[in-house]
Design a protein around this ligand. Sequence first.
Ligand SMILES: Nc1ncnc2c1ncn2[C@@H]1O[C@H](COP(=O)(O)OP(=O)(O)OP(=O)(O)O)[C@@H](O)[C@H]1O
Ligand SMILES: [Mg+2]
Length: 296
Amino acid sequence: MNNQADILRVMAQRMKSDLKTQILGQDQNKTRVITVCSGKGGVGKSNFVVNLGIALAGYGQRVILLDADLGLANLDVLLGIVPSYNLAHVMAGEKTLSEILYEGPNGIKILPGGTGMHELTDLTEWQLETFLAKLSKMEGAAEYLLIDTGAGLSKTVLSFTLAADEIIVITTVEPTAITDAYGLIKTIRQKRYQGKINIVVNRVASEAEALVVYNKLKIVINRFLKHSIDYLGCLREDPKVGKSVQEQQPFFLAYPNSIAAHDINTMAAKISNQADQQVQNKGIKIFLTKVAEYFR
Ligand SMILES: Nc1ncnc2c1ncn2[C@@H]1O[C@H](COP(=O)(O)OP(=O)(O)OP(=O)(O)O)[C@@H](O)[C@H]1O
Ligand SMILES: [Mg+2]
């Protein structure tokens, strides 16, 4: 945040938010929990989460990123931070949550996952409950909890997806990625997921290409899964994404004028504006209670 316009924008957002509390009596302490997932791996989830989080923070929102890709966590790598401790240490009861809460750009907070870590399923019931109880203390610490998940449909991914207020499903234009996105949505619908489903189409040449993919998904999901989906946006193919990964600098900051940064900003603005008409967020506690239920 480096110029007066940015500061004014943040102040305006905060005032809007306060006004909403007064008018709607909305509980500001409830965090909006969004899980980002995909059927196919490698479609751009982690980059999306990191850069969207930073962009949302630019709109005056407090954001926590949770790296739920427990086996191959890499949000910290994308951010160029080297955490000494991570979620594995919290699960083992060795560290408190605040001890592994790292600060990133624009004031975002990151809960890093541990590379080579086990699945949540490996925890005893008591360890899982203790871990979730620690996480639930974050309620009210941020407007947004963005959760990055691993590829595939492990029990951990499914639980974090099913328990969320809303999800963002990322796909590319590849037929395999689209089919797998459909497969993921089919699975969660069979498990009675009722929340909002947002679609992001990544690595497109143009928005028109993204809309073709979205409309195809929308038709089959409406017809066969009896659920509606929403178009959140697209992320165009941009060499700056790969470059920023190499440099361990989020492209939103390293290349603020890039196509990818522009597209992320459009989606962050949309999400941030949705918060004004948002049905009440259920918050982190209810989310974690549901995660625990899916593990029983
Ligand atoms: N819009 C884009 N333009 C160009 N390259 C991209 C774009 N989005 C993603 N990529 C490339 O795809 C790679 C994989 O992205 P990322 O690690 O975010 O995917 P992921 O879905 O998190 O993968 P995994 O399923 O393994 O967790 C990036 O390193 C980058 O090189
Ligand atoms: Mg990833």
